[in-house]
Design a binder for this molecule. Structure first.
Ligand code: RP5
Length: 172
């Protein structure tokens, strides 16, 4: 039987999927059950209302919401659910330059926060969702720690490679 989703990944359009699948891939790699679907704040407002109001009772613990342009999806979801919402601003076909997406998600009114990642930063949204789950799940926290240790090692390997090319380094 499929494990119940802990993270809900939603996006305003299928055109957001090439970006949003980076969040899904990260969760997949860590074996964290998630679901992924389209919910549009403007084109399917009733679906948004239903998704956000049922998210907690369906067992979700974190929601990742991506949208571009007049990106109201993450903020509207956050206004309905008590769950943490991570917003992914997307540079979409209706974006001027991406700032519109960033500011639409970032500049929430007091009381209704959305944890906003960088433009097109869906992978970081996946990592943040895992960290949130990890704060009450030692197994997941360990996986996030291992991922970060791997990143550190990659940089240290590159330090070595740069050094071997003969660049002066009196630090290490
Ligand atoms: C937003 O409008 C979506 O999240 C997407 O980023 C953007 C463009 O949507 P499509 O016109 O490609 O469906 O609501």
């Amino acid at each position: 039987m499929e494990k119940a989703a802990q993270v809900g990944i939603i996006m305003g359009s299928d055109s957001d999927l090439p970006i949003m699948q980076e969040a899904a891939k990260f969760l997949q790699d860590l074996d964290i059950p998630f679901e992924l679907t389209i919910v549009s704040a403007h084109r399917t407002p009733q679906r948004l209302m239903e998704y956000a109001s049922k998210a907690k009772e369906r067992g979700l613990q974190v929601i990742i919401a991506g949208a571009g342009g007049a990106a109201h999806l993450p903020g509207m979801v956050a206004s309905i659910t008590p769950l943490p919402v991570i917003g992914v601003p997307i540079k979409s076909s209706n974006s001027i330059d991406g700032w519109d997406s960033v500011l639409s998600i970032l500049q929430m009114p007091n009381g209704i926060p959305v944890a906003t990642v960088a433009l097109n930063g869906a992978k970081n949204a996946g990592i943040l969702a895992a960290s949130i789950l990890g704060s009450s799940n030692a197994d997941i926290l360990q996986k996030v720690a291992s991922y970060k240790a791997k990143l550190e090692q990659q940089v240290l390997d590159k330090v070595q490679q740069v050094k071997e090319k003969g660049w002066p380094n009196s630090f290490d």
